[in-house]
Design a protein around this ligand. Structure first.
Ligand SMILES: Cc1ncc(COP(=O)(O)O)c(C=O)c1O
Length: 462
């Protein structure tokens, strides 16, 4: 029996015509309008009736056939099968909601300024990648050998870490590197010390690995080494403690490395925004002091863009070998184009140039931010990085202030979001790198008006 099913085609929806047809046949079979054994019109007749090309009707039938809704009997037409196929689960896709923060001025910490027009160094690197064929095989799981060599030179020059390519592993950024270390070297239930307040993604990574997170207090210089208990691993941000901004003094760095040797512990050094410091001398990386104890994590997220998802890990050659062996099995390492582009950026001096430009830009912005906010509390962490922290008088609630700021059009992070068990004053963590300079000025103007509505006259704690 031929079907006289009312079929419609709507060319405005953008949905391919054969999918529209197939969907209507499916619906008709499911609700019983077409029963098993029903004969369908030929693809030619159906195409003529609907004024579509035969390739459309043929594609619709092919689809229904592949899914088991219809069967063809050579020379005898096409029929609805007698087995109702398993219906694919309907995926209800929520309509994408506009991001409510997209319209706001952002002073959230952590993202560098990214110019709207790419500069020549960037374009040159990608042009170079586009002229090469990709390598044949699966590459080296530790990263491209030439890139590892270039990064060994780079970290030697800018971070004073004496190392070779065998000490470098290319990552998708800090968190990727951290998770790799935890996967390969830690067991569920192991303890790991993490700064409190500290970087929440590090805490989440540790908890995801079922580690027991030990909160270590922080002061204005960074991690309080004297407060460390016996743990086999410590995650630390010595170049600019996140989020308080302290720079771990040399004496404390030495004390930390001595402590690690005594306790046979691993130090995970997150060097996330070490490229930026203002009018202060560089401090030695922990990895410079003892590469057998320290795994050092570097990233492009604070210099070029977090969207690159690219970074590096520096460790002993034995550790790099161990991590690379794991990666060879997991298949989880950065793709060749990214690595090739970074190699070109290092070789052409693009990374150095971006850092130099950033330093100049951020130095002015930092000054402006500190000047605008100084009357409202104690500013800490301003010697380095891309953010400062404003400590507020203890009677204030930083969540209420950030809510009021958001209502006024500015996003800032409350310090209490970063605290776990160690109490401390409220505050605001303010990133000054992301917006354009006029937007930064506007955002600070608004933030100052918001702070004026709170009683900040009582002194912030020292
Ligand atoms: C303390 C800290 N470490 C590292 C990163 C960067 O992580 P990734 O390299 O994975 O982008 C951030 C970014 O906000 C950070 O705040």
């Amino acid at each position: 029996m031929e079907s006289s099913l009312p079929l419609t085609i709507d060319r405005r929806t953008g949905l391919p015509l054969h999918l529209q047809l197939a969907e209507q046949f499916r619906a008709a079979i499911l609700d019983g309008r077409l029963r098993s054994g029903h004969r369908l019109p030929s693809t030619r007749d159906l195409a003529r009736d609907l004024s579509v090309s035969r390739s459309v009707t043929q594609a619709a039938y092919d689809q229904l056939h592949a899914e088991g809704w219809i069967e063809g009997r050579t020379g005898a037409g096409t029929y609805v099968t007698d087995v109702v196929p398993l219906q694919p689960a309907v995926r209800h896709r929520a309509a994408p909601q506009p991001d409510p923060a997209a319209e706001l001025l952002s002073l959230r910490p952590g993202i560098p300024y990214i110019a709207p027009t790419p500069d020549p160094g960037w374009r040159r690197a990608w042009r170079e990648v586009s002229t090469q064929s990709p390598p044949r095989g699966y590459d080296d799981a530790a990263g491209l050998p030439e890139l590892r060599a270039a990064l060994a030179d780079h970290v030697g020059r800018v971070r004073g870490i004496a190392c070779g390519p065998e000490n470098i592993l290319i990552t998708n950024g800090t968190v990727h590197g951290l998770r790799l270390i935890l996967t390969v070297t830690r067991r569920p239930g192991d303890r790991i010390a993490i700064e409190d307040p500290g970087y929440l993604n590090a805490v989440v990574a540790a908890r995801d690995h079922h580690l027991d997170v030990v909160d270590v207090p922080v002061d204005s210089d960074g991690l309080r080494v004297s407060a460390l208990t016996e743990v086999p691993a410590v995650y630390v941000t010595p170049s600019h403690q996140y989020p308080l901004g302290g720079r771990l003094p040399v004496a404390r760095r030495n004390e930390l490395v001595r402590w690690a040797r005594r306790n046979d512990a691993m130090l995970i050094e997150d060097d996330y925004d070490s490229e930026f410091r203002y009018d202060v001398a560089p401090l030695p990386a922990l990895a410079q002091l003892d590469l057998d104890r320290v795994v050092h994590l570097g990233t492009l997220s604070k210099t070029i863009s977090p969207a690159l998802r690219l970074g590096w890990l520096v460790a002993s050659d034995a550790m790099v070998d161990r991590l690379a062996r794991f990666r060879a099995e997991s298949g989880d390492w950065p793709g060749w184009p990214m690595q090739a582009a970074l190699l070109a950026m290092l070789r052409d001096g693009y990374l150095d140039q971006t850092v130099r430009k950033g330093r100049r830009l951020y130095a002015d912005r930092r000054l402006h931010t500190c000047t605008a906010l100084a009357p409202y509390g104690q500013i800490i962490g301003q010697e380095a990085g891309l953010h400062i922290t404003l400590l507020l008088p203890t009677h204030l609630n930083d969540q209420a202030i950030t809510t009021a700021a958001r209502q006024a059009g500015v996003v800032v992070a409350p310090l209490s979001d970063y605290r776990r068990s160690t109490p401390g004053p409220p505050g605001l963590v303010i990133g000054y790198a992301t917006p354009t300079t006029p937007d930064l000025h506007q955002a600070l103007k608004i933030l100052v008006q918001v702070l004026d509505r709170f009683d900040t006259s009582r002194k912030a704690p020292a």
